[in-house]
Write a protein that binds this ligand. Structure first.
Ligand code: S3P
Length: 176
């Protein structure tokens, strides 16, 4: 049986906050791929994008995902673009149930307004339009990668964690 959980989904769907709560409630280790990348590179995500470009960031993301995917009993918060390179999903899926968090574009817009400047891909004049455009191309990738989809629109972090724990029980009893 898989011992860990990987949280995927678009920026602003709550992956990091939910992963922390889930790790605490389930007694698992917490990992955040973006944090690992920042520590290894010695630069912020914005700096990596600005100085070295998105392609370099994606290489670092593959390295971090490969390392963490081998951990047992972990809750891994992934960056929103983890699904762009299918190899990440393949690695993560070996030890982890993949849970995709979703939210409406309006809610993503709202949540990402609170931390402006930290997400280079949303650093554009019309953020809502950018969110909708990116969701169109990313949605099929998230759906294909996910074992479980959880809509977080209008929910608190704790209630998203409740929903995930419930869905996991069902998933595990169907996949024994
Ligand atoms: C990205 C999402 C970000 C971060 C980087 C790229 C993306 O992570 O990895 O800015 O391509 O969706 P969060 O989803 O944690 O914001």
């Amino acid at each position: 049986m898989k011992t860990g959980i990987a949280l995927i989904g678009f920026m602003g769907t709550g992956k990091t906050s939910v992963a922390k709560v889930l790790a605490r409630r389930l007694g698992k280790a917490y990992f955040e791929l973006d944090d690992i990348i920042v520590k290894k590179a010695g630069k912020s995500i914005s700096e990596i994008f600005r100085r070295e470009g998105e392609a370099r960031f994606r290489e670092l993301e593959i390295e971090a995902a490969t390392e963490v995917a081998a951990q047992k009993n972990a809750v891994i918060a992934c960056g929103g673009g983890i699904v762009i390179n299918k190899i990440n999903v393949d690695h993560l899926a070996q030890e982890n149930v993949i849970i995709c968090l979703t939210a409406s574009p309006a809610e993503i817009y709202e949540r990402t307004s609170r931390e402006q400047g930290v997400r280079p891909l949303l650093n554009v004049a019309d953020r809502l339009k950018q969110i909708k455009t990116m969701l169109k191309t990313r949605r099929p990738l998230y759906r294909r990668a996910a074992d479980i989809l959880i809509d977080t629109t209008g929910l608190t972090v704790e209630s998203v964690a409740d929903k995930i724990i419930g869905a996991l029980k069902k998933y595990e009893s169907n996949n024994q």
